[in-house]
Design a protein around this ligand. Structure first.
Ligand SMILES: Nc1ncnc2c1ncn2[C@@H]1O[C@H](COP(=O)(O)OP(=O)(O)OP(=O)(O)O)[C@@H](O)[C@H]1O
Ligand code: SF4
Ligand SMILES: [Mg+2]
Length: 327
């Protein structure tokens, strides 16, 4: 396995108390595989990603326990310089907002080129050629001319392509894309998503795709991990989840996707709000919002049950996953 996160716990000290942002997350992604991580705002998707990448704000953040195995080595146990080297060579991240991630006073060519001069010791001329090659690779038209332009001279979709070019420059084995298309129009979203999927295949990278939009992942992801209040509540191959979710929260997310074939139908929304992470509800954290909740849900934390009878590995953290699957 390329990356394996095991029972990760991360918390933040805040004025209201300790916010438990990540509460025992485990997930894995292999080379050439795409894992989509899904969940409402505040469910801990980004904090988990930041912890993997080593860019968590510490303090106020604190990793209280867990393992992050990259190629079998626990990054959290390595010395800082070793850890930085493993991450630098092996993983890259793409963020939602390209404009604030790119340097406004350097041309795109200079920024892409820097990856090669700094990390590969190339001459400026060779690095420039590499920059043009990468821009071609992510299908930015007229790369040879546009390599001299500044980030603000590109459209949002093109800037996101530049971010992708930066991320793949050193051929990492894992890419984490945190809401890479949220700021774009729907058609551009699809193009950027297709590009990511294609590069992932070509370079056999592992891809973690964070999103709160179930609609965009159907075609590109292999597996889905659904997060709620800092835990994985359901994990399954993408097509199984669409066919029959085994967790009421996933069902709620699915039912709230607008569908073209059901125009005019009132859109379902999961009732209530995500929990305050300094006061996570007892038992199943989803119980105050769950249409299937029973007494046991208020007292007993559901483990990630193995969903038996599925062709591939599936899990659901619901006491009543069978009823949900069949309902
Ligand atoms: N720098 C921080 N300081 C304090 N608390 C933080 C910080 N970053 C995250 N948190 C806490 O962690 C929770 C989870 O945040 P995270 O960014 O992982 O959510 P997310 O699932 O990525 O949501 P979104 O879909 O909005 O990006 C937040 O609701 C907040 O309580
Ligand atoms: S454990 Fe209970 S409250 Fe939680 S999702 Fe399942 S039915 Fe709903
Ligand atoms: Mg986020």
């Amino acid at each position: 396995m390329l990356l394996e996160v095991r029972d990760l716990h991360v918390e933040f000290r805040t004025r209201d108390g300790v916010a438990k942002a990540v509460n025992g997350v485990s997930y894995a992604v292999d080379a050439g595989e795409t894992l989509a991580v899904l969940g409402e705002s505040g469910s801990g998707k980004s904090v988990t990603a930041q912890t993997i990448m080593g860019i968590l704000d510490v303090p106020p953040g604190r990793i209280t326990s867990g393992e992050i195995l990259f190629d079998g080595r626990d990054l959290l146990k390595l010395k800082e310089d070793e850890r930085r080297r493993v991450r630098g060579a092996g993983m890259a991240m793409i963020f939602q907002d390209a404009l604030s991630s790119l340097n406004p006073v350097l041309t795109v060519g200079e920024q892409l080129g820097e990856m090669f001069t700094v990390h590969r010791g190339m001459s400026r001329k060779d690095a420039r050629a590499k920059a043009v090659e990468l821009m071609d690779r992510v299908r930015i038209p007229a790369a040879r001319e546009r390599v001299r332009q500044y980030p603000h001279q590109f459209s949002g979709g093109m800037r996101q392509r530049i971010m992708i070019a930066m991320a793949i420059a050193l051929e990492p084995r894992l890419i984490i894309a945190d809401e890479p298309t949220t700021a774009l129009d729907v058609t551009v979203q699809a193009q950027v998503m297709d590009l990511l999927a294609e590069l992932r295949r070509e370079y056999r990278m592992g891809l973690i795709l964070i999103t709160h939009d179930l609609g965009v992942v159907a075609d590109v992801a292999d597996r889905i991990a659904v997060m709620y209040a800092g835990r994985i509540v359901e994990t399954a191959p993408v097509h199984d989840i669409y066919k029959a979710p085994a967790h009421p929260y996933t069902r709620g997310l699915l039912e709230s996707i607008p569908r073209l074939d059901q125009k005019g139908r009132e859109l379902y929304a999961i009732k209530g709000l995500p929990p305050n992470l300094t006061r996570i509800p007892s038992g199943c954290a989803f119980h105050p919002r769950c249409p299937m909740a029973q007494d046991v849900c208020r007292t007993d934390v559901p483990p990630l049950y193995e969903v038996t009878g599925a062709d591939a590995e599936r899990g659901s953290a619901c006491h009543f996953w069978r009823e949900c699957l069949n309902g």
